[in-house]
Structure formats: C-alpha cells, structure tokens
Design a protein around this ligand. Structure first.
Ligand code: ADP
Ligand code: MG
Length: 349
C-alpha cells in the first residue's frame, strides 16, 4: 500500500505569475501523499529548474518526517512511532532525535492545555478511526464504537507512561495497552521544522501548506515586485454554502492552522461523527464547527487547534489571551464567528 503511494507521489510545478524581467518568478508545486494529504509550495526562483530543486528539497524533508511519525507503516531499517507502539510494555526503542523532539513538544502542549490534546490517546482514537474507516466503506453498517470499549481504552492514556530517555535517545511505553497517535500535532510540527530548515538555507519568501497547516516565510511579492504579506483564506466549514472561504488573513512569517469536524467524519443514524475526540467524553467534540489558530509556529498552532476545539469557549479564550502572539477564530455551531482580541488586526481587507 505504502509502496503504491510512494509511486503516486507527484510533483506538479506551475509558473503562476508574470513579473518584470530579471525579477524572480513565482512558482507553485503540489505533492500528494505526504502525511496523507495535499502539500502545496508557493515560492520564487530565477528559473523553473531552480524552483523544482527547492520543491524537491521540501518534499524530501517532509517525507523524512512522514516516515518517522507514521503510526501505520514500517519502513526498512527505521524505528518510527509504529515501532514504539509495537513495543509497548515490551522494551524501549532507540529512535531519531526528531521523534523525541516531537514527543516532548506534544507533552508540553498536553500540560499547557490540561490534557485537551493528548498524544497518548491512541487506543481510544484507534477505536474511532476503525469505525470511521468501516463506516465510510460501508455506510449501511456504520456504527459507533462501543462506550465500554472506549472507557476501557481510556484507562491506557496516561501520558506519564511515555518514558523518554533523551540520553539514550529511546522511548518506552510502560503501559502495554497504550498507543501513541500524533495526528493532532505531527503535520504542523513537521511543517514548522521544514520551514525553519528552509529559512536557515536562506529562503526568504515561501508559502508552505501541508493539508491546510500553513506556514509563511517572509512576504510575497506583488505585481510590482514589492513586498506584501501572503494572504491566506480560512475555509468555510459550511460546505453547502456558496462561499468557500470565511475570510482571509495576512501572514508574514506566520502559521495559520484550522481544525474542523467537516473533513474527516462518518455518518451514523443521520448524524455526523468527526475525528477530534474530547478526552473527557471520549466522543467527538460538538462545541464548534472549526477553530483556527494564527501564531508564529505551525506546530504550536496545530496542537492548539485540536486542544481549543475540545475546550469550552471561555476556557479556550482564556488560554489564547494568556499566550503572547497567538490569535484564534472560533466558528460556532450556528455559524457565528468569535475572534480573540488581536485576530481582526490580521484580517485582509
Ligand atoms: P487534522 O489532522 O484534520 O488537521 P487535527 O490537527 O485536529 O486535524 O488532528 C486530528 C487528529 O488528531 C485525529 O485524526 C486524531 O488522530 C488525533 N486526535 C483527535 N482527538 C485528539 C485529542 N483529544 N488529543 C490528541 N489527538 C487527538
Ligand atoms: Mg491539530
């Protein structure tokens, strides 16, 4: 299966705008399959060849993270998150430092959000995942996971049972029934690390989107080659509405990430059940249609979207207000938009 998706990895490069001679031209590349989603790179280069090599560099970096953070597939000669899960209760697994970095990052977000985003919830999330996959394949027999099974799985989600040994570069899940699921943070974290790598290489202007985890480097250039912020749309969670975007945000060196219940879901008895699970109820969180976070770090934004999606509005607002340089947009179930105090200053006209 994975071999097939590797073969399907495709690169589509398009020249997207004309500009004055000798000025860098704007190009766009798209890849399929990285993190099981669509990746888009928009940037500038002197020639198509130059941009192709940059885009290929981005793809290769993201592919490294994809393999490390994969919980479903093994790769020859590589210990990844699946290896850690497979060895739960058995033995510590020696891993690349980038796995330890992600797990420590996720643990900090768990503490910051009082457990609203918990990567040790894999056993619970797997039950929902399996029902979703089965329910999408065969809608007639779609069913919810059994609540007793969810409660039993929830007894194996204590993040303190994730034993990280930085010196030995190893990870051990002390609880044999615990599984890690980094779906809430890995895409944004990998996007951020890739953007930092590009910045270090001297890339000054680029827009990277990994399945809607968006990270801007610098500004874009307008038609007169003047610097102007990248403008990024926030998708309307109401997909039946004729308006595909709710609003647009200006981003300079910033990340914009959205979590919503409108993309990955299945239907049981006419009701939709999505993929963001409230650790308290063990059910899909029903408070909002979507939550968007704007801040300077795409990994932080990704972790926060999932956490804030799981929190009552007042608690989420208090958390966002306490964090410097972080803004949020909530779309309530009736479509009402609620923004944090500084969000509107970033809105594009
Ligand atoms: P998306 O992956 O669609 O961008 P999110 O960033 O919100 O959306 O991540 C959702 C994924 O995170 C789920 O598919 C699941 O793997 C995982 N997840 C769901 N609920 C939680 C939770 N409360 N804590 C940690 N991870 C979660
Ligand atoms: Mg997230």
């Amino acid at each position: 299966m994975k071999k097939l998706t590797v073969l399907l990895l495709c690169l589509l490069i398009t020249f997207t705008s004309g500009s004055a001679e000798a000025a860098p031209k704007r190009y766009q590349a798209e890849f399929l399959s990285l993190f099981d989603t669509v990746t888009t790179v928009v940037g500038y280069a002197g020639s198509k060849e130059e941009f192709t090599s940059l885009a290929e560099d981005v793809r290769a970096k993201l592919w490294e993270y994809h393999r490390l953070y994969d919980v479903y597939n093994n790769y020859d000669g590589l210990n990844n998150l699946k290896t850690i899960n497979d060895n739960a209760g058995i033995k510590p697994v020696a891993v690349d430092a980038r796995i330890i970095d992600l797990l420590e990052f996720a643990r900090e977000k768990y503490a910051l959000t009082d457990g609203a985003v918990n990567i040790a919830m894999g056993s619970v999330l797997r039950l929902w995942h399996d029902c979703r996959v089965a329910g999408i394949l065969d809608p007639e027999s779609a069913a919810l996971p059994d609540m007793d099974a969810l409660r039993a799985a929830a007894r194996h989600t204590d993040i303190n049972s994730v034993v990280i040994d930085r010196a030995a570069s190893s990870v051990f899940l002390r609880d044999p029934l615990m599984r890690l699921d980094v779906g809430a943070v890995a895409k944004g974290y990998a996007t951020e690390q890739t953007a930092r790598y590009l910045e270090q290489k001297g890339v000054r202007r680029l827009l990277l989107s990994v399945g809607g985890n968006i990270r801007a480097i610098g500004n874009k250039l307008d038609q007169y080659n003047r610097e102007t912020p990248w403008v990024v749309g926030v998708r309307n969670p109401d997909r039946d509405s004729g308006q595909t975007e709710l609003l647009s945000v200006r981003c300079t060196n910033e990340a914009l990430v959205t979590s919503g219940g409108y993309e990955r879901y299945f239907t049981v008895g006419g009701r939709q059940y999505h993929h963001i699970i409230d650790p308290e109820t063990l059910m899909p969180s029903a408070r909002f249609k979507a939550v968007t976070i704007l801040c300077h770090d795409s990994g932080f934004a990704d972790g926060l979207t999932t956490a804030v999606f799981n929190m009552p509005l007042t608690r989420g607002r208090a958390l966002i207000d306490s964090l410097a340089g972080v803004e949020a947009l909530w779309v309530l179930q009736d479509g009402t938009l609620v923004t944090s105090s500084g969000f509107d200053a970033h809105r594009a006209a």
